[in-house]
Design a protein around this ligand. Structure first.
Ligand code: AMP
Ligand code: MN
Ligand code: MN
Ligand code: MN
Length: 274
């Protein structure tokens, strides 16, 4: 079985529709796919319907934005019931924050003599949320920057002029919503946060105390050494290991859908908990 448990569509900041993502996953040999759009589950019904027609197992999911100790951390909810009220109310609050943040990003871009970002983003966003990725695509298309990396470094990332600090969910709330929806909470791309060993230990301890159960050991964002490191941490702490490309569409991500190494030996797979 080939698993890919971290993907995006036009319902957040991916570039494919949900049926296109499912068809592409099938073509790439994926057997079980989790759709995990940012702070929204609006694509799940469409993806589920498309998956049923081609024999793909669709795992309903979400990637929740969390503010923890001043950092933004992403928590995946896998195998969730999307009709869960506490979850949907929590996500609605995060999307409302995103609406206001988009206005503020636009205001700050104008101060840096970049005009028209919000108009462009409003015209191009087809899903439920405004993401920095949409602003980055505007900056690339208008020639302000060469690529995504530069868009975040020069304008949108932490410390850059149009960076607006997130006021996302608390860790305890995000894990609680996922559990209320019958899902498994998984820390996304742990190698991306640049945490010291001490701070990572604190994050994992809190996460597990609240009922979080998994960690994305194999990620499109991880090099082999990072994968090995987090596999060791998963085994030592009794966390389940997950596999996810963080696919955002053709040409948008470092790795192709489903093209990921297997979970290292000794690591208990998260899908055994579904
Ligand atoms: P947001 O949740 O709207 O603040 O945007 C976060 C999204 O921006 C992530 O999910 C990534 O898709 C993208 N992103 C963040 N940092 C970078 C980066 N340095 N390079 C490319 N994409 C990034
Ligand atoms: Mn994204
Ligand atoms: Mn993420
Ligand atoms: Mn993601």
């Amino acid at each position: 079985m080939r698993y890919d448990l971290h993907t995006h569509t036009l319902h957040s900041d991916g570039t494919l529709t949900a049926p296109e993502l499912v068809a592409h996953a099938r073509a790439c040999g994926v057997d079980a796919l989790a759709l995990t759009d940012h702070d929204s589950t609006s694509g799940v019904a469409e993806a589920r319907a498309a998956a049923a027609t081609c024999g793909l197992t669709l795992i309903p999911g979400v990637e929740i934005s969390v503010t923890w100790d001043g950092l933004t951390v992403h928590i995946l909810g896998l195998g969730i019931d999307t009709r869960c009220e506490p979850l949907e109310q929590g996500l609605t609050r995060l999307r409302t924050f995103r609406d206001g943040r988009a206005l503020e990003i636009d205001r700050r871009l104008r101060k840096s003599r970049v005009d028209g970002a919000l108009d462009y983003v409003r015209a191009h966003v087809r899903g439920a949320i405004f993401a920095r990725t949409h602003f980055a695509r505007f900056l690339i298309e208008r020639g302000y920057v060469r690529d995504m990396r530069q868009a975040f470094k020069r304008y949108l990332g932490r410390g850059a002029p149009a960076y607006v600090p997130g006021q996302w969910a608390t860790l305890v709330d995000a894990v609680g919503w996922i559990r209320a929806a019958g899902g498994v909470a998984v820390i996304a791309h742990p190698g991306r946060y640049g945490l010291t060993h001490a701070k990572l230990t604190r994050l994992l301890a809190e996460f597990q105390e609240y009922g979080g159960r998994g960690i994305e050991v194999v990620s499109g964002n991880h090099d082999p050494a990072t994968t090995a490191r987090f596999a060791g941490i998963a085994v030592a702490r009794g966390l389940l290991g997950s596999i996810g490309s963080d696919y955002h569409g053709p040409g948008q991500s470092r790795v192709e859908l489903g093209r990921l190494p297997e979970l290292p030996r000794g690591c208990a797979p998260v899908w055994e908990a579904f």
